[in-house]
Write a protein that binds this ligand. Structure first.
Ligand SMILES: [Zn+2]
Length: 589
C-alpha cells in the first residue's frame, strides 16, 4: 500500500512537471531573455482554449496592417457572450496588455497566470466569482515592429515591439478622439462587455528606485462617488497590503519634481481622459494602470505583474458583489443625478500628502558632455518621507444641460459618439427650443502636430437664443450611463473635447472676403446712418493705436458690423438646451 502511494505521488509530480514544461511560455523557456512574437502568442492562446473548456479565444477587430486583435474570454460558466456575462453575478475584469508594445511584460504575465488558472488549476478558484477578458497584445502592429533598439531605457527582453501603431499614433492618447482602427475596435468591445474593472499594463521611464511595481488608479473628484469609495476603502488598502506581504511593494506612479533631490517630492494628480486609465472611469469603472520599473530585469518585471494581477483578481473574487454594486450605484447616480456643477478641468493643489518613498541615494556629477550636472543612482537604499502633490481640485465646472443638439451635417461626430456607447436620437419632426450656444474668440492652433492633429484653444462666450431645428437633427440627452463621456466629448472647454482635437476646425475659417473699395462705400453709408457707430469708430481711432494703424482692420470693423458678415463663423454648431424635448425621435442605429 505504501509502495503504491509513493508511486502515485511520484507519478503526480512527474505529471505536473510534464504539464509545466509543455506549457512554459516563450519568456519562461528562454529564461526571460525573449518574449513571444504575435504568431507564437496567438498559438499559445489557441492552446489555452483547446486545453480548457473555460477559455474561449476570439478576435475583436483588425489593426491598420490587418492583423486580428486577439482576445481571451475565461469563464467557468462558459459565459463567452457579453449579455450572459453581464447578467451573471460574476465580476468582469478586463486586462489589456501591450498598448505600448515595447512594454510587454503584461502579455507574458497574463499567459502564465491564465495557464496557472485553467491548465495547472493552481488558481482555478479565481474563476468562482470572476470572468476574465484578456487582450494579450493590443497594439499588434507596434508589437511586430520588433527589434533590439525600441526601448533605450529598458532592461529586457532582448527584442520587443514599438510604442505606437503602424500610423505612428499613440493608442494611449486616442481613447477620446477614437481615430485609430484599434481604438474603434476597442471601444466596441469595451461598451459591449462593460467590464467591472479594467487593468492596463505598462513599463515606466523616469528615475531609479527600489519598487518593481508602480500604479495609478483615479479615485478623486473625477470619479463617481460609489466607485471612488470602493477603490479607497475596499480595494486599494487590501491589494497594497497583500502585495507588500508577497514581497512586491507597489508605489503610486513616480514622477519626481527633481531627480537630483527626491526630498522635493513627487507629482500625482490626474490626466485628461485621452488615456486608458482616465477614460474608463468616465464609464464608472475603476481602471488600474500598472507600470513596472524599466530598470528591473525582465524576469522581475513579469513576476511582479503576475503577482499584481493575481492579487487584484483575488481581491475582486473574494467580494465581487461589492464592486458590482458600486458600479451599479455609480451608473444609476450618473443617469439620474449627475454632479451639478460638473467638473471638467482639474489642477493639482499645492497641499501635498506625505508618502514613504523607497529610493536610492544619488550622486550628482559634472558632465562635460551635456555641460550640466549628471544624476547617477547608487545601489544604496534611501527611504524618505516625501511630499506627494496628488490632490486635485476643479478649475472649470459646467451646469449639465438637459440635452445637446447636433445639426444633421455633423454625422462624423455622431459616429464617434456611437463608438463610445452613447445613445443618439434623431428628430422625427421639427422643433423650436431655447438654446445656449458658444461663440469662440482668439482661436489658436498648436504649431507642431500632436497625435496627428493641431489642437485648438480659444476663449468662449455663451449666449441664449430660441432656435428652430429641422427633423433629422441629432439629440443627445444627458439621461445616460455615458453622461460623463458625453460631456467630456461635447463641452467645448473640456480638455479632450472633439473640438479641441480639430473635429470642427472648419467653423473657424472665414470663407467670404470683401473688396476694399466695396467696404469704403459701405463704411460711409453705415457712418452716415448710425450715430452710435460713428462714435464707436472715432473713439477707437483715438484710443487703439494698433487699430488706427491697420487699414484692413479699420475696414473690417464695418464688414463685421454689417449684415454681410458670416453669422456662423466661430460659432460652435453643437448647442445646449435646458428644455425637455418631447417631440418624437428615433434612435440612431
Ligand atoms: Zn506605456
Amino acid at each position: 500500500m505504501r509502495y503504491i502511494m509513493v508511486l502515485f505521488i511520484l507519478s503526480n509530480v512527474l505529471f505536473s512537471q510534464d504539464i509545466s514544461n509543455e506549457w512554459l511560455t516563450k519568456a519562461e523557456r528562454t529564461n526571460f531573455k525573449e518574449t513571444s512574437r504575435y504568431e507564437e502568442t496567438i498559438d499559445y492562446c489557441l492552446r489555452l482554449s483547446k486545453g480548457s473548456p473555460f477559455v474561449h479565444f476570439t478576435t475583436f477587430g483588425k489593426s491598420g496592417e490587418d492583423r486580428d486583435l486577439p482576445l481571451l474570454i475565461v469563464s467557468k460558466d462558459k459565459f463567452f457572450d457579453p449579455k450572459k456575462a453581464r447578467l451573471s453575478s460574476k465580476a468582469i475584469i478586463m486586462i489589456q496588455n501591450g498598448i505600448h508594445a515595447g512594454e510587454i511584460e503584461g502579455k507574458d504575465a497574463s499567459l502564465m497566470l491564465l495557464r496557472d488558472i485553467v491548465i495547472t488549476k493552481k488558481y482555478i478558484h479565481l474563476l468562482d466569482s470572476v470572468i476574465l477578458l484578456v487582450i494579450p497584445i493590443y497594439n499588434v502592429d507596434g508589437h511586430e515592429r520588433f527589434g533590439k533598439y525600441n526601448r533605450i531605457n529598458q532592461n529586457g527582453p532582448e527584442e520587443m515591439g514599438w510604442r505606437t501603431n503602424a500610423t505612428n499614433l499613440n493608442l494611449n492618447r486616442d481613447y477620446m478622439k477614437a481615430e485609430a482602427p484599434e481604438t474603434k475596435a476597442f471601444l466596441k468591445l469595451f461598451t459591449a462587455w462593460l467590464p467591472d474593472f479594467f487593468i492596463d499594463v505598462h513599463t515606466t521611464n523616469g528615475a531609479d528606485y527600489q519598487y518593481a511595481l508602480t500604479y495609478s488608479i483615479e479615485s478623486q473628484e473625477n470619479v463617481a462617488l460609489p466607485v471612488r469609495k470602493w477603490i479607497n476603502e475596499k480595494f486599494l488598502p487590501d491589494v497594497l497590503e497583500n502585495l507588500n506581504r508577497k514581497g512586491y511593494p507597489a508605489a503610486p506612479y513616480i514622477w519626481l519634481k527633481d531627480n537630483k533631490d527626491p526630498a522635493k517630492g513627487m507629482y500625482g494628480g490626474t490626466a485628461p481622459p485621452r488615456l486608458s486609465n482616465t477614460y474608463v472611469p468616465l464609464h464608472n469603472r475603476p481602471a488600474l494602470l500598472i507600470e513596472t520599473h524599466m530598470l528591473k530585469d525582465y524576469r522581475t518585471r513579469v513576476n511582479a505583474v503576475y503577482e499584481f494581477l493575481l492579487t487584484v483578481i483575488e481581491n475582486i473574487n473574494s467580494n465581487p458583489s461589492s464592486l458590482k454594486h458600486s458600479v451599479k450605484l455609480a451608473d444609476n447616480f450618473t443617469i439620474n443625478s449627475l454632479e451639478n456643477p460638473f467638473p471638467i478641468r482639474f489642477e493639482t493643489t499645492n497641499e501635498p500628502d506625505t508618502i514613504l518613498f523607497l529610493g536610492y541615494k544619488t550622486v550628482v556629477e559634472k558632465s562635460d558632455i551635456s555641460g550640466t550636472e549628471w544624476v547617477k543612482w547608487t545601489d544604496e537604499p534611501l527611504n524618505l518621507n516625501i511630499p506627494w502633490f496628488n490632490k486635485i481640485k476643479p478649475t472649470i465646472s459646467i451646469t449639465p444641460p438637459v440635452a445637446y443638439i447636433i445639426p444633421r451635417q455633423w454625422k462624423s461626430v455622431v459616429e464617434i459618439l456611437k463608438y463610445h456607447g452613447v445613445v443618439v436620437e434623431k428628430l422625427k419632426q421639427p422643433i423650436e427650443v431655447q438654446i445656449e450656444y458658444f461663440k469662440f474668440t482668439n482661436p489658436k492652433w498648436q504649431e507642431k502636430p500632436y497625435e496627428g492633429r493641431h489642437p485648438v484653444s480659444f476663449s468662449t462666450e455663451k449666449y441664449n437664443a430660441t432656435n428652430k431645428y429641422p427633423s433629422g437633427t441629432y439629440i443627445v440627452r444627458l439621461n445616460q450611463r455615458t453622461n460623463r463621456v458625453i460631456i467630456n466629448l461635447l463641452e467645448p472647454e473640456a480638455p479632450d473635447a472633439l473640438i479641441s482635437w480639430g473635429y470642427f476646425d472648419t467653423i473657424f475659417e472665414q470663407k467670404e472676403y470683401a473688396e476694399d473699395y466695396v467696404l469704403e462705400k459701405l463704411a460711409r453709408d453705415m457712418l452716415a446712418n448710425d450715430e452710435n457707430l460713428r462714435k464707436e469708430f472715432y473713439d477707437k481711432l483715438l484710443t487703439d493705436s494698433s487699430f488706427a494703424s491697420n487699414p484692413r482692420v479699420r475696414l473690417n470693423f464695418f464688414y463685421q458690423r454689417s449684415p454681410y458678415w458670416d453669422n456662423q463663423l466661430n460659432i460652435y454648431p453643437i448647442v445646449r438646451t435646458m428644455d425637455t424635448i418631447t417631440t418624437q425621435t428615433e434612435i440612431v442605429k
